[in-house]
Design a binder for this molecule. Sequence first.
Ligand SMILES: Nc1nc2c(c(=O)[nH]1)N=C([C@H](O)[C@H](O)COP(=O)(O)OP(=O)(O)OP(=O)(O)O)CN2
Length: 284
Amino acid sequence: MTLFVNNLTNIDASIWSPQRGLSGISWHVDVELDGELGEDGMLFDFGEVKPWIKSRLDAGLDHTLLVPTQAAGVKIEECSEGLHMAAELPFPFELRAPRQAFTLFPWGEVTAERLGAHLSNELSKRPPPRVEAIRIRLREELADGAIYCYSHGLKHHEGNCQRIAHGHRSHLRIWRDGQRDPELELHWAQRLDNGYLVDDADIVDPRRNDDVMRVRYRSGQGQFQLQLPKEHCHTLPAPTTVENIAAWLAHQIASSTGAHIRIQAFEGIDKGALAESRGKTTAA
Ligand SMILES: Nc1nc2c(c(=O)[nH]1)N=C([C@H](O)[C@H](O)COP(=O)(O)OP(=O)(O)OP(=O)(O)O)CN2
């Protein structure tokens, strides 16, 4: 017998890609379980499947940086913070963070298909009673308009969002003077795509006049430090929560268009924040 649960949970993380650099991802998790029915006529109670799978994903790769250690230019070594990752392609990148902020794979590339097969294998090693095999499928949310992938870290978060390089794949909706504006949505989604969002309070030596963004903070899980070219970063005047991202976008877009802007910013799948800003009115 096979039991299935579609959209059992989501995974939010970032991937290091030699083509795109640091890229946020959000995946739906679909699950199939094979096995024998018990006397109760069930393979595995739906009410228990969800916490069983979710707790394993949450304790593993969720909110980590997924690193293909065989990719060109990637180096990993131990350091006082935990692990030091350095990469050269497509741009120089360095991350020092506690070990639990990384998931390392001895691969050249991390893809949803490969990761789904890997998770299926891992979870099938110690299955619950009567379950013989577990298959995991990871899939992106269908795009309904503009989408962008970003990475960030929230040093004040008590959970795993404090990790400096995790991310999301998110819709962006913009209303300009009351009307949805798909062109503006696409423009801003492209501008932010594969970017790193920084709280200006976390920038090391902000007056240093070079092309490198250095970000550092200490939070509950330890010391985090990251550096990458400034051209891949967007600086906010506050922690990069989705509430502040929505407010920052509303302010930026209202200032540049002079229009009344309403933003619906998502953080991954199906949740986010709304914010509005009025463009400056010029005196007659
Ligand atoms: N009000 C807010 N709460 C949280 C924010 C935020 O911006 N505003 N951000 C985060 C983290 O960035 C985190 O990445 C969100 O991920 P999520 O998967 O939703 O968090 P959980 O793991 O707690 O939820 P699941 O149900 O396990 O998916 C956190 N909170």
